[in-house]
Design a binder for this molecule. Structure first.
Ligand code: PMP
Length: 332
């Protein structure tokens, strides 16, 4: 992922890696700026409050993004020990301009840049040192295409130095210092590694290397944009504004008259499981992931299942329209 720092792979989920990032770099009373584009950005606020950090939040309306200018203005007003940005907030499908924010942060040496990549890492471009990211965190279950169960976190040199400067921290299991010897030599013991999951991750990394990271990122863009064009062609409105729309998933708003529970259960009968909306969008939207090792067959059968579901719930849909748009886009 383009860092000379350290990578940590431990049993847990994305939330644990969020907590790990904060616990290893900040002490109570430190100043944190959270950029929130939805439910998972807000999760950082909760985590920071529990650690008694002074949190300021730049929050966008769901579906929109905080502008780089707003972030810069806030950084000029006040100095922060760290800033967190969720690359793709799964609740809204908004993708943050990670690289551009990193550019600004080059001027703020003492502010650590923490990026939540749970819904982006291995699916959307993230080059840690080049983008001035200090911590990138994720879980195994999304664009890595592995089952849930691993928290993965990369810490650059500046983050590792910050950890050292804190001395003993109150967390035990997620302490960088405890894990560094094990990451360098896995035959050493600190806490039992989830070896089953690590074998699965290893296989996924083989698949990623075979494809090539850049090719993988391009495939995600092609697949994401094709799926979004097909969904819009079928009449769905997407929550995220076009210029900040993620490619790893689509957050589609229901047309009038569609019942969320009925739609999602018929879609499941047709062979596709999607997640419901979160927060104010519960019941109003579904979230369709198209990240990881999916191919044209997965894409075509998914949009076909969505068409059949629309038909079954009584929407006047022209069968084959979405499939046609999707294939047209994929073959461009
Ligand atoms: N951040 C983001 C952007 C997420 O999408 C999620 C999970 N959907 C999390 C954090 C939390 O990860 P987990 O559920 O693996 O704890």
């Amino acid at each position: 992922m383009g860092t000379t720092g350290e990578v940590f792979v431990i049993a847990g989920t994305g939330t644990l890696s969020m907590e790990m990032a904060i616990s290893n770099t900040l002490r109570s009373g430190d100043d944190m700026l959270v950029v929130s584009h939805g439910f998972f950005g807000d999760r950082f606020v909760e985590l920071c409050e529990r650690r008694d950090l002074n949190v300021d939040v730049l929050r966008s309306k769901w579906g929109k993004a905080v502008s780089v200018e707003e972030i810069e203005e806030q950084l000029r007003k006040k100095s922060y020990d760290a800033i967190t940005v969720t690359h793709v907030d799964t609740s809204t499908g908004v993708s943050a301009p990670i690289k551009e924010i990193g550019e600004i942060l080059k001027k703020y040496e003492d502010t650590l840049y923490i990026v939540d990549g749970v819904c982006s890492t291995a699916g959307q471009r993230e080059y840690i040192d080049e983008m001035d990211i200090d911590i990138l965190l994720t879980g195994s279950q999304k664009a890595f295409g592995v089952a849930p169960g691993l928290a993965i976190l990369w810490a650059g040199e500046k983050a590792l130095e910050r950890r050292k400067s804190l001395g003993t921290i109150s967390e035990y299991y997620i302490d960088f210092e405890r894990w560094i010897p094990i990451m360098n030599d896995p035959s050493k013991y600190f806490a039992t590694p989830a070896v089953n999951m690590i074998w699965a991750l290893k296989e996924s990394i083989n698949i990623i290397k075979e494809e090539g990271l850049e090719n993988r990122y391009k495939r995600h863009i092609r697949n994401g944009r094709a799926m979004q064009a097909a969904l819009e062609g079928l009449g769905f409105e997407l929550l995220a504004d076009k210029d900040v729309r993620a490619v790893t998933l689509s957050n589609a708003l229901y047309m009038d008259g569609i019942d969320d529970v009925e739609f999602r259960s018929i879609l499941a009968e047709e062979g596709v499981v999607v997640a419901g909306g979160l927060g104010d969008y519960a019941g109003k939207m579904f979230r369709l992931g198209h990240m990881g090792n999916i191919d044209i067959h997965d894409m075509v059968s998914t949009i076909g299942a969505i068409e059949r579901t629309l038909y079954r719930v009584g929407v006047d849909v022209e069968l084959g329209e979405g499939v046609g748009i999707l294939m047209g886009e994929l073959l461009k």
